[in-house]
Design a protein around this ligand. Structure first.
Ligand code: AMP
Length: 442
């Protein structure tokens, strides 16, 4: 029950109005320390109820301390417009019985209209870093009185290249009393650096451990010969599987567009979302999916971030995601709240080793599946190493020249500005070294 939390009665009234009965695990873990004023670093996925976990304590602070309003008092930074819009809605719903006003600043909207909104000084400002920086540079934004800063999907903001902007914006909030950082994955060195720079003695709450990948979700792989073969498989799966809504992930925009074209040509109602789609197209896609007019979405990871659409029970990985965390994030959308879900990854020879690393990361073996009539010639590597990866794929060492002893090159010979290969990232359980997550191709 929400009344276990020491929240202001007007917030509890809003929670009741929204028919939230039981708090979710992230809310149980994060709300009490956030109400105590602690800085938090929370690892939790979209769909976990994380928004309420930071919005409720933030609003509680703003209600509790009824000072005359002169400047923005809370700042929420997010990576995408949709996520910012969804968060604004959530803030408005929770603050409906208070006098707290919120405002939204994202790219793709009229700059002057936004500047006028800022002149009215909302209590809570929600936005994406790029456009907020533009307003800061234009002198439209004063953040010196901000008391609470929230960085939501911080890992994704870093992936999208917002590290500097985020740090600058947080730096402007010099008098802040609390900073709450949420990320969907455990992130890499960039996230650790940001945590070190912006949080003070944070409490680390980890809610989406890999072992919590939904038990109601079956995970399968189907081997494929090439992208065109994968397209045929997708078409077959969409026509033959039972699902309410499906999302197909590709690693690149170009592939998302190709697959979309292919599906539309075969008369399917589909939407595609990637970084080049404008605000209108994204809104339309999300609305149609929510209303159920369209059942299938083709998306890249960045575009699908923050989407919370009920009934997504089929996930197809057209390309294998580049890290175990990203896999969990994609597949974690299915089978929520006890519902059944199905995740199918299409595996060409280029996907195999990644798939095998992810199996080791999850300590699971994906079910092997064959689609009758569409069985290709590639069935996985002929020889496997103990790790499950393809054997004999490494380049052979160059034969030593007769009589010449092979010497290791001294490191000092590296040209001064040569880039080092990044060292592989070791997964959370320290088992399988996984590829470092590249910035999203989107
Ligand atoms: P989020 O992870 O914050 O994007 O939330 C996912 C969805 O769950 C949103 O539609 C929330 O309104 C909803 N939600 C969050 N907390 C609860 C709760 N305790 N009970 C019911 N629904 C919730």
């Amino acid at each position: 029950m929400f009344d276990q939390f020491a929240l202001h009665e007007r917030l509890l009234k809003a929670v009741a109005e929204l028919k939230f009965v039981e708090p979710t695990p992230v809310q149980v873990a994060a709300i009490p320390p956030a109400l105590d004023g602690r800085d938090l670093r929370v690892t939790a996925q979209t769909g976990s109820g994380k928004t309420a976990a930071f919005v409720l304590p933030m609003l509680d602070r703003l209600i509790g301390d009824a000072q005359p309003r002169v400047d923005v008092r809370a700042l929420i930074l997010l990576p995408t417009r949709e996520l910012a819009q969804q968060t604004l809605k959530e803030v408005e719903r929770f603050s409906q019985f208070t006098f707290i006003k919120s405002g939204l600043i994202t790219g793709g909207e009229d700059f002057k209209v936004q500047a006028a909104m800022l002149r009215k000084v909302p209590d809570v400002l929600i936005g994406t870093p790029g456009r907020l920086i533009e307003h800061l540079n234009a002198g439209n934004l004063v953040l010196k009185d901000v008391e609470v800063v929230v960085l939501d999907e911080a890992d994704r903001m870093l992936d999208m290249g917002f590290a500097e902007d985020v740090q600058r914006l947080v730096g402007e909030c010099a008098k802040r009393q609390q900073t709450l950082l949420f990320s969907a994955t455990s992130g890499g060195a960039g996230l650790r650096e940001m945590v070190g720079k912006v949080l003070r003695d944070p409490l680390h709450l980890q809610l989406n451990r890999v072992s919590e990948l939904n038990e109601g979700t079956r995970q399968q792989i189907i081997t494929a010969d090439h992208p065109a073969h994968k397209e045929q498989l997708v078409q077959w799966l969409l026509a033959n599987e039972t699902y309410q809504k499906a999302v197909i992930f590709t690693n690149t925009r170009a592939q998302a567009d190709r697959l979309y074209g292919h599906l539309v040509a075969s008369d399917m109602k589909v939407f595609v979302l990637h970084g080049e789609k404008d605000q209108k197209e994204r809104k339309l896609a999300i609305d149609r999916l929510k209303q159920g007019g369209v059942k299938v979405l083709v998306a890249t990871d960045v575009a699908a971030r923050g989407l919370d659409i009920e009934g997504m029970d089929l996930v197809i990985n057209f390309d294998m995601p580049r890290s175990g965390d990203e896999y969990v994030h994609r597949v974690g959308r299915t089978g929520r709240a006890g519902a059944e879900g199905l995740a199918i990854s299409l595996i060409c020879h280029t996907d195999w080793n990644l798939m095998s690393s992810i199996e080791r990361y999850l300590k699971q073996r994906f079910e092997r599946r064959v689609v009758k009539g569409l069985k290709g010639s590639y069935q996985g590597p002929k020889n496997l190493k103990a790790s499950g990866k393809a054997a004999g794929t490494k380049k052979k060492k160059v034969e030593k020249k007769k009589g010449v002893e092979k010497k290791a090159k001294p490191a000092a010979k590296r040209p001064k500005n040569a880039r080092r290969e990044p060292s592989p990232v070791v997964s959370q359980d320290g088992m399988a070294p996984l590829k470092r997550r590249k910035p999203a191709a989107d």
